[in-house]
Design a protein around this ligand. Structure first.
Ligand code: XUL
Ligand code: CO
Ligand code: CO
Length: 435
């Protein structure tokens, strides 16, 4: 049965196409910087936004109209699997990502939840075999259920901690069964609102303990996925522990977890932290910690995670610039952690939104590749720091300089070399010429 009857498979038609249901820039076979676009992006569908979310917000209930609305419970979960794979097929998305609760209802006991997951995972496995679609990552939702009001791995309630561990254990088993390439931990409620009731040190130590248990269990069952932490600075708690890339890397290093984890970075989380997405990717990249990307964008005027589909070519260019400089995303990919606006309630909007996102990233990739090929910024940056490749600068870089040797140099250097302009405006104007 077709759940998205009105839409056929989306094909690449090129920039001049007037067909809204066609790619204008994303051409999976096109080679850019030595790889096909499909290989560069490894685009993924977020099960929660595309199949499960219905457009509700704090002021109103669901608006989305879907052909599977008439089902409920396990019937709905089963139908959604078919709809998910039809969507990925038509949208030409090679990967998908899900939380445990996205695919199966929790039921009334943990045992029932496990059994529901098993039933649905059987169906997903069949569909994966039939279509060749792959699991970019899965994760456990440890933030929606009221039991997690105080946190999951950071909770004050040890029984809740055990429940969270049980979800992670199952998640790792599911990941192994479905050949997940990554396993994600977004610290949904791992943070706090007031120190007046919080033992910050115990909470952080306990999070690290659960991560170590997860590393150990993955090893035990032979699950070799890349583990990823997804930083976010706030929402739902005021102070999320995994604030940004730098904070998360420091946490992983402190607890001896940095060999086992990389980062899943999300554009809207970066801006919530007061950073640009390319800043976050650069921080991860220079620390060897870039894992995967949640593609979306926030709204300049709104202070929360609006999870909009990415349409900003400028941001996509700088994002793909960092990805290319990283030599790609390895086991990671570009997952659309993005939702259609509440008023874009028709099923067709899901396709139009993914087309917009994939085309934006495709165009960004092409511009980034050209910028790198022409060494637009590389040459400028190389020259800007050239004083560190010779003389006293080279001594600093080689670790030969001391405060005393530098002071002696400065004392004897009556005519220091002049500073040169940073030329920001010129560089930004040049970037615009490429876009
Ligand atoms: C929440 C968020 C999550 C994670 C997975 O802001 O981004 O959907 O990506 O739990
Ligand atoms: Co995300
Ligand atoms: Co998010």
């Amino acid at each position: 049965m077709a759940y998205f009857e009105s839409v056929n498979k989306i094909a690449y038609e090129g920039k001049e196409s007037k067909n809204p249901f066609a790619f204008k820039f994303y051409n999976p076979e096109e080679v850019v910087a030595g790889k096909t676009m499909e290989e560069h992006f490894r685009f993924g569908m977020a099960y929660w936004h595309t199949l499960t979310a219905g457009g509700s917000d704090p002021f109103g209930t669901n608006t989305a109209v879907r052909s599977y609305d008439k089902y409920s419970g396990m019937d709905l979960a089963k139908v959604r699997v078919e709809a998910a794979f039809e969507f990925m097929e038509k949208m030409n998305l090679p990967y998908f990502c899900f939380h445990d609760v996205d695919i199966a209802p929790e039921g009334s006991t943990l045992r029932e939840f496990y059994s529901n997951i098993d039933t649905i995972v059987d169906l997903i496995e069949d569909q994966m075999k039939g279509t060749g679609k792959k699991l970019l990552w899965n994760t456990a939702n440890m933030f929606t259920n009221p039991r997690f009001m105080h946190g999951a791995a950071s909770t004050c309630n040890a029984d809740v901690y055990a429940h969270a561990a049980a979800q992670v254990k199952k998640g790792l088993e599911v990941g192994k069964r479905l050949g997940a390439e990554n396993y994600v931990f977004w610290g949904g409620r791992e943070g706090y609102d007031t120190l007046l009731n919080t033992d910050m040190q115990l909470e952080q130590d306990n999070i690290a303990r659960m991560f170590h248990m997860a590393v150990d269990y993955a090893k035990e069952i032979g699950f070799d996925a890349q583990f990823l932490i997804e930083p976010k600075p706030k929402e739902p708690t005021k102070h999320q522990y995994d604030f940004d890339a730098a904070t998360s890397i420091a946490f992983l290093q402190k607890y001896g977890l940095d060999k086992h984890f990389k980062l899943n970075l999300e554009a809207n989380h970066a801006t919530l932290a007061g950073h640009t997405f390319d800043h976050e990717i650069r921080v991860a990249r220079i620390n060897g910690m870039l894992g995967s990307l949640d593609a979306n964008q926030g709204d300049l005027l709104i202070g929360w995670d609006t999870d909009e589909f990415p349409v900003d070519i400028y941001d996509a260019t700088l994002t793909m610039y960092e990805v290319l400089k990283n030599g790609g995303l390895g086991k990671g990919g570009v997952n659309f952690d993005a939702k259609v606006r509440r008023a874009s309630f028709e099923a067709e909007d899901l396709f139009l939104a993914h087309i917009a996102g994939m085309d934006t990233y495709a165009k960004g990739l092409k511009v980034a590749a050209k910028l790198i090929e022409d060494r637009v910024f590389d040459d400028f940056i190389e020259k800007r720091y050239s004083s560190f490749s010779e003389g006293i600068g080279a001594e600093v870089v080689e670790g030969k300089a001391t405060l005393a040797s530098l002071a002696e140099y400065a004392l004897n250097n009556e005519t220091p070399r002049k500073n040169e302009s940073g030329r920001q405006e010129l560089l930004k104007a040049t970037l615009n010429q490429y876009i």
